[in-house]
Design a protein around this ligand. Structure first.
Ligand code: G6P
Ligand code: MN
Length: 439
């Protein structure tokens, strides 16, 4: 049985991930779960909820809650990382500062994602170093920390040998919806996909060897990439904002007749419509703080008082996917999953060392990317521009370079002019004083 540490133990996602682990104990046996967070106060609120979820399924799994890296990682076999540097308060800034300039305000796309990247790369590297100091030599870090594309590139540049697998639940959430549309289980769908994280396209959707992409596109054209009962299947992506996000794929899809776009492309390809519908004073961070976070904290308080735990946390593909990936790493299952991986020719006409999102076989030694071949000129150009923006941001972090940060902001498709880039960057420098390296 494994020792698993969850870094970012105080996250609203922790109970859902642990619930997913509990239903898969037969596949992924656990001796101990350790929660690790530098915000011990926040972690103390979530911990009793997590302990209850564990005890509902097992008496034998040891449960440890700590802010001490040595306690957290000693001899650990797996680390699930989901850090949020600056917490939701800084996400709010990432979203609101660009919006004040009429630019998309989003956690991972546009200036918000670049700002979040400047906060996260160096703490992620610190975490990797701590894990490598204390954990089992074969330990894997499975990393959900955002902005995943930039974090993955930062890790590649700064710790190229680290056993880190970067993942995102967005493609698998799309696959859940695709499966629902087709009336099959999501594990029955085998996809071809190419892109960067939060910036890519499905090119084939095979069920029993038959490509059903056209059928899914027809559904999307009428209803968006969701079914009526999406709410019942996974609450995480069924609140009104997410329903809107899944519906918005319709107009983008028409632009890419052969493929099915990742919904995140809407921020890059129709930023004006997005901004028009965003409230600069109340963004997604506010929704999450007033919704998911409040609900979980209230449930934790109620559980403390009454001993009854209300069902107030998300269990869905987010938790299931990280457990799937960990199983494949642990037991060399060579399952095919969409992950973020060094290109190594998988997308033939993108740089060899780009961090791309493609299907890969997950072995005990890590991901083996599947060849997706050449991508069309239009897509390649979009990808190259986004890649350059992300890579320059990583170099800005490594070198403390204002010029490279400004180039990263200027190259981002959500940013209309160089004047916008500079104004937003300068405001973000002030807001991120406690977090960014000096530029
Ligand atoms: C998806 C993405 C994550 C992102 C999350 C935001 O799950 O894959 O990268 O962090 O959505 O969701 P939220 O409900 O916090 O806005
Ligand atoms: Mn993601």
């Amino acid at each position: 049985p494994f020792i698993l540490a969850i870094a970012g133990g105080g996250s609203t996602y922790t109970p859902g991930i642990v619930k997913s682990l509990m239903v898969r104990l037969a596949d992924f046996p656990l001796a101990e779960i350790r929660l690790y967070d530098i915000d011990s106060q926040r972690q103390q609120i979530i911990a009793p909820v997590v302990e209850k979820v564990i005890r509902d399924h097992s008496d034998s799994i040891k449960f440890t809650v700590t802010s001490d890296a040595e306690v957290a990682f000693s001899q650990a076999n797996f680390v699930f990382a989901q850090m949020r540097v600056g917490q939701y308060k800084m996400r709010e800034q990432d979203e609101k500062i660009p919006l004040r300039h009429g630019v998309v305000g989003q956690e991972t796309c546009g200036p918000g994602g670049l700002a979040y990247g400047l906060r996260t790369i160096l703490p992620m590297v610190e975490l990797i170093d701590l894990v490598e100091r204390y954990a089992d030599n074969n330990a894997w870090i499975v990393n959900y920390s955002n902005p995943a594309a930039i974090v993955a590139e930062g890790v590649r540049r700064l710790r190229p040998q680290a056993r880190v697998l970067n993942i995102c639940d967005m493609p698998v959430a799309a696959m859940r919806n695709i499966a629902a549309i087709l009336g099959v289980d999501r594990h029955q769908v085998t996809v071809d996909y190419f892109g960067l994280n939060h910036f890519g396209w499905f090119t084939h959707l095979y069920v029993d060897g038959v490509d059903r992409l056209a059928e899914v596109r027809e559904h999307v054209a009428r209803f968006g990439l969701l079914t009526e009962d999406a709410a019942a299947t996974d609450p995480q992506h069924a609140d009104p904002s997410w329903v809107k996000t899944w519906r918005n794929i319709k107009p983008i899809m028409d632009h890419f007749p052969d493929f099915l776009p990742n919904p995140y492309l809407q921020y890059y390809l129709m930023p004006n419509q997005i901004v028009e519908h965003q409230d600069p004073d109340y963004t997604r961070a506010n929704e999450v703080m007033d919704g998911r976070e409040k609900k979980l904290f209230a449930a934790a308080a109620e559980y403390q008082q009454t001993g009854i735990l209300p069902d107030a946390f998300h269990v869905g593909v987010h938790g299931a996917f990280i457990v799937d990936v960990a199983c494949s790493l642990a037991f060399d299952l060579r399952q095919r999953h969409l992950v973020i991986v060094e290109n190594r020719g998988a997308i033939a006409n993108l740089p060899y060392d780009a961090m791309v999102e493609v299907p890969a076989y997950i072995t005990a030694q890590g991901p083996e990317p599947v060849r997706m071949g050449n991508v069309p000129q239009f897509h390649r150009a979009l990808l190259e521009q986004q890649l350059a923006s992300e890579q320059l941001l990583v170099e800005a972090t490594m070198e403390g370079s204002y010029e490279k940060a400004l180039q990263a902001f200027t190259l981002n498709r959500t940013v209309p002019t160089m004047q916008h880039a500079k104004a937003i960057l300068d405001e973000m420098i002030a807001a991120n004083q406690d977090y960014w390296p000096a530029l």
